[in-house]
Design a protein around this ligand. Structure first.
Ligand code: NDP
Length: 477
């Protein structure tokens, strides 16, 4: 029998994806550069389904039914190109290479173009959910041609996570790099969500004076409301965990230097190129960089802060409720920014992405899965050309209702000297969008003064320049 699909690259992700496919009844050809991994997979999990173990690229390709569906789960970057170079010459027109690694969408666009010239489909596919997701059902974001999705989609729909209403968390995002682009922004939003949750924790600890155990209970309660999400759920778990060696809260023995693999950074770099303000996501990336900057932090430890002020038990409880409001409102800002980047990318690259469908496929399987995403989908369903999530009446109302508490939290953070860059950036974004007039008018004046860059007026069409070095009269540029 020939395999319906093949997976090459059998480290944690590839192995679990292959098992997920086999458990769902597909015959799966498996291959890895180092054959020991292939052998280990079959030895350990061969009972789970039909695997066809192959040793060489030729054997692997020969094991697949046509059109071939070949999933690549290798280390992103040069290894992906090496694997494509190895397999593409062995494939025939109509076959498809599905790259499930965390590739940069620009690389995916390049690879797709090259393979299209050879009549091969290249399906850059975002996969989220880590190793557990790969095994039990990830959120899957495939790009590539609609034609390839017609052949591949039914398989992906079987192995994807299912949202609460039973819909598989996979759909064709758009052509070429669209899938990897959306996965990138997913990760950017994930960075922002994690940072905001981190700030909420820090405020509850340093302003309210709560212990990690108590904060864990608060997160558990929040998880039963509108903040219901995987990240809040695991935060409660992490905060409740006690270190087995010292008996201290686990968070107190972990080095406070956050690492990153780069997808958050890509989200911000891409946003800079597209001219999309993603300040919340950027602050999250910067906060990780700052945390890991040991010399900078050591050199700054003697800087003075404000005089601390302890809250009464009643004040602390009221403050905790306010933090929930601030967290929720800030979260809406990060998603507003992330979805703005998606629509801007879709426009720049002609992808025609449906933002509501993106929200729908993040409802299950992925790290940012949350009840909240159903509401984002509903907002875009009601109005597909929604210019911003904040143009949706429900979200606008919720933020308006949260804002007094949100501002109070910022006052407390500032007064007590607790850094909350994510909350602050989110609030500044909200206030900037609300503003009737921005100081950008003054910036235009400055630019015209030193560089004759010209400006537009509010009352007349055209570009103008003031003769700053002369009699300061205005001329039409
Ligand atoms: P790794 O990223 O650690 O990659 C290891 C795999 O790549 C091994 O199978 C290795 O083969 C293979 N490989 C490396 N270099 C080459 C090469 N030059 N030629 C052929 N094969 C090569 O594995 P993961 O399972 O963690 O991740 C796989 C992909 O999935 C990555 O792109 C990752 O970014 C992405 N991803 C990972 C997630 C996670 O939670 N880990 C989540 C979502 C996506 P060998 O055994 O021979 O060394």
């Amino acid at each position: 029998t020939q395999a319906q699909i093949g997976v090459t690259g059998l480290a944690v992700m590839g192995r679990n994806l292959a098992r997920n496919l086999a458990r769902n009844g597909f015959t799966v050809a498996v291959h890895n550069r180092t054959a020991a991994r292939t052998d280990a997979l079959v030895a350990e999990f061969g009972e789970e389904g039909d695997f066809v173990a192959t040793r060489t690229a030729k054997e692997f390709v020969a094991a697949l039914e046509r059109p071939r569906r070949l999933v690549v789960m290798v280390k992103a970057g040069e290894p992906t190109d090496a694997v494509i170079d190895e397999f593409a010459p062995l494939l025939e027109p109509g076959d498809m290479i599905i790259d499930g690694g965390n590739a940069h969408f620009a690389d995916t666009r390049r690879r797709e173009r090259l393979l299209r010239e050879r009549d091969l489909h290249f399906v850059g596919t975002g996969i989220s959910g880590g190793e557990e997701g790969a095994l039990h059902g990830p959120s899957i974001m495939p790009g590539g041609s609609a034609e390839s999705y017609a052949v591949l989609g039914p398989i992906l729909e079987r192995i994807a996570a299912k949202a609460e209403d039973g819909t598989p968390c996979v759909s064709h995002v758009g052509p070429d790099g669209a899938g990897h682009f959306v996965k990138m922004v997913h990760n950017g939003i994930e960075y922002a969500d994690m940072q905001l949750i981190g700030e909420a924790y820090q405020l509850l600890r340093d302003v309210a004076g709560y212990t990690p155990g108590r904060i864990s209970d608060i997160f558990r309660t929040w998880n039963t409301g509108r903040l219901d999400s995987y990240l809040i759920e695991i935060t409660a778990e992490v905060l409740a965990h006690v270190d087995e060696y010292t008996g201290k809260p686990f968070v107190d023995v972990v080095a406070d230097a956050a690492e990153q693999k780069g997808t958050g950074r890509w989200t911000v770099q891409t946003a800079l190129d597209l001219g999309v303000p993603v300040s919340g996501i950027a602050e999250a990336v910067f906060a990780r960089s700052l945390s890991g900057h040991v010399p900078l932090r050591e050199a700054s430890r003697s800087l003075e802060g404000p005089t601390p002020r302890a809250l009464s038990e009643e004040e602390a409880a009221a403050f905790a409720d306010r933090v929930e409001q601030a967290l929720y409102a800030s979260k809406i800002m990060s998603y507003t920014q992330g979805f703005h980047e998606i629509t801007a990318g879709a426009e720049e690259y002609g992808w025609g992405i449906d933002p509501g469908a993106v929200a729908a496929l993040w409802r299950g399987g992925c790290i940012i899965r949350a009840a909240f995403l159903d509401r984002i989908r509903a907002a875009y369903d009601t109005r597909p050309d929604l210019p911003s999530l904040l143009s949706d009446a429900t979200f606008a109302r919720e933020v308006a209702d949260a804002q007094d508490d949100w501002r109070e939290v910022m006052v407390a953070a500032t007064r007590q000297g607790v850094p909350a860059p994510g909350f602050a950036a989110a609030l500044a974004y909200y206030d900037a969008l609300r503003a009737e007039r921005l100081p950008a008018a003054l910036v235009q004046g400055q630019r015209d003064f030193f560089g004759a860059h010209t400006y537009r007026r509010t009352d007349r069409e055209g570009s103008f320049h003031t003769l700053w070095g002369g009699d300061r009269s205005e001329v039409e540029a």
